[in-house]
Design a protein. Sequence first.
Length: 277
Amino acid sequence: MPVPPEALLVTVAPTGAETTKADCPQLPTTLPELVRAAQDSEEAGAAMVHVHIRDDDHRPSLDPERLKDTVAALREGTGLVVQLSTGGSVHDPLDARLEVLDAAPDSCSLTMGTTNFGDDVFSNPWPFICDLYQLSQEREVVPEFELFDLGHVAALARLIARYGLPYGGKVHVDFVMGVPGGMPGTTDALVAGVAALPPEVTSWSATGIGRTTLAVGLAALSKGGHLRVGMEDVLTLSRGVPVESNAQLVERAVAMGALAQRRPMTPAEARELLGCR
Ligand code: KMH
Ligand code: ZN
């Protein structure tokens, strides 16, 4: 059955790779903290979790065993669609990022181009994108295409034209806006991005980094899109007011959705929307 238009996919991105535990002790960096954050977020209305893991010293990690344990623990403790980040941190090598799929998540992020990322470079060369995409098709993992810039939208059209549709037949993208070096987190930029999406795209969400979070969230709702929120993307609720938990951000997204007469999608509906198993 098709997912009704009033259903709102809320994805929670609880951890990311950029914030240190020392700077933000409430950031979920251990497996029990991550599972608890995911459970509370599910309770608040999230249907998918976008996962970055950390090592015992709370540093970003792509350790294969740890990734497998994380997928298992999230499946055991939640009903959420489990999406592993293949972006990792800006320091992760491309081969380790491909190996993320060995952990057999439901979904994986797939960024559609290289981006200046603050003072760093988030590297996504075209041959890497093609390898990761083909691997996702082979492994039956549903990609979420991360679009940091308008050029990434054009690259998505090129990728689909060359290699066909993803596993599951649906094409879901997420606009990641407001990264210093990427497209700005504005309504105008979102409108341009949505207008440029290739016809194969079946659903889209948006997330605004830092102070752009509300502008992007409201613009996405007004265009009928879905939302990604979480401590990967924003650490304050308003100027000087720190985020205490990921569930708090999910609750706010659900409340914004309610104003737009949208209700949170269930994980089962999210699987249908995304074409996950
Ligand atoms: N941490 C960023 C460099 C993704 O998860 O795929 C990349 C990122 C995107 O967060
Ligand atoms: Zn990420």
